[in-house]
Design a protein. Sequence first.
Length: 622
Amino acid sequence: MRLARPAFGLPGQQAAPAQKPKGMSRETYAAEARPAPKGAPSPVTGTPLGVQFVDVAKESGLNVEMIFGGEHRNKYLLETTGCGAAFFDYDQDDWVDIFLVNGWRLEGFPKGQEPVCRLFKNNRDGTFTDVTLKAGLARSGWGQACCVGDYNNDGWNDLFVSYYGQNALFRNNGNGTFKDVTKEAGLMQDRLRWNSGCSFLDYDKDGRLDLFVGNYIDFDIKTAPLPEDANCTYKGIQVACGPPGLEGGKNILYHNNGDGTFTDVSEKAGMWGTLGTYALSCAAADLDNTGWPNIYVANDSTSATYYVNQKDGTFKDEAIEAGVAYSPDGKPQAGMGVSVGDYNRDGMLDIVKTNFAGDTDSIFQNLGDGSFDDRTYQAGLGINTRLLGWGVSFMDIDNDGWLDILVANGHVYPEVDGTQVDAAYAERKYLYRNLRNGQFEDLSLQGGSGITTAAKARGFAIGDYDNDGDLDAVVNCVNALPQLLRCDSTLKRSWVKIRVVGVKSNRTGIGARIKVVAQTGTPVLHPTDMDPSAGTPVLTAKRGTPLTQIEDVRSCNGYYSASDLRIHFGLGEAKKVDLVEIRWPSGQVDTLKDLDVNRLYVVEEGGKILKNEALVAARRKA
């Protein structure tokens, strides 16, 4: 057993592009951080970004410091992972509220001063009120992830929080309060576990939400090695030991029995038959267009896991076969966060994953045949290797109908501050704009102070908290105030939001596939249409060409977090939504036509529109 490796990743190992120059080492090529190769021209290169992100957390009322581990030194790996966040409309007024998971410290806290998870109610004026105690969510401990879904189909979304220790299921009572029903739901654990990323999903399509819970390490403070005893170092600095050399945890799948209880079906469902371990974040979505949800898991320091649904109650890990297990040259990566979305608008969900410092983040393009192609360098994400990514999300920041990428960074080791290491504990974010040609442009330094200001970030959620038609972010930080990144846009582009309500399917509609078609006015590139005189790809689409977007309703997103369940689609200059198609987990397909833009539609399974309203943006106090 080797314990000298530090936490989170394999230092010195970096991802390489799919095709590096012959004779050049992988390390040399990655260190040069070469930009993506030039491809088809982009209609947006060089144009202003048009949006700025501003941190308004303090003036908005998110003024509680979040706690996790030692501030300047960590004895154990347990102190490093941080917590997730959620944009969670717990009272169903279509103003998303904020839930923040909180952590702990080794030395504990005096009675009455323990840090607890926090629920902030949206006041509809840009501010929030802390309603944690009233809501019954003041739980303390080594919190990790959160996910949202209506597990008992009573019409109110519930909340699951994973812990190092005992997880918690909070049932929404529908009156602004929650009840801890962990025991009565059959979710008590018989041994100490380091539970990590979580997601509700209906894996067997019986209309009831099941629950996946990743597990990181079988960890016990009583027996865990100390840095000085095991000589665990990172670039010459003593740091917490692991995960290599420590026993990996086993992921859990709970089946919903339909009576308010769950049954652990992990082993027979195939959760344990995986090559990779050390699970952190997960994404549950229909990644192979079969109508059944699969589960992709970002693992630390080993191969990623891709559970493919066998449609008989079992899963099979096909990460290697699908091309999403390793870096392009077959090396394990230290995955943290994961998000899915159709960034190239070909009707298939792609994957973006954050990795350890010294490596690139990863983007996997869905090829539509059950496999993926690592396009990290070709897409332009290979230019950044220095910062350490956690939270990540595909999101349309500028409402042009193309998914961009936001990454929240922060080093894992507080010990790097004040050393010779070219890194700091607090780091800025990455903001990548979609160039609409398969590539992204790093516009981080143009994204506003919310992007460029360094933070000790971990999980973050995406949602439109002020209902002004653009997407904001809430970031959970380590031993610091959270961040609330308000998106201020000068663009006047259209959008539409869809919230679904299941009938035969689960009430939250998790697993529903939403397709939106609108004449966005943005050009589409057809690289096969050549200009005979130039021999180069040309833009062939004209303004008014119908373009299609898809998204799955998901319980979790990014690193340990849950985003707004109102699915947001940017529409460019569109004046109408030509088509909304919803494919429900039950098999029902609903079609809506000729909808107005800049509105929220709440659609019940069967095609009934329960709500059709123009959202009124918050009159800001903050």
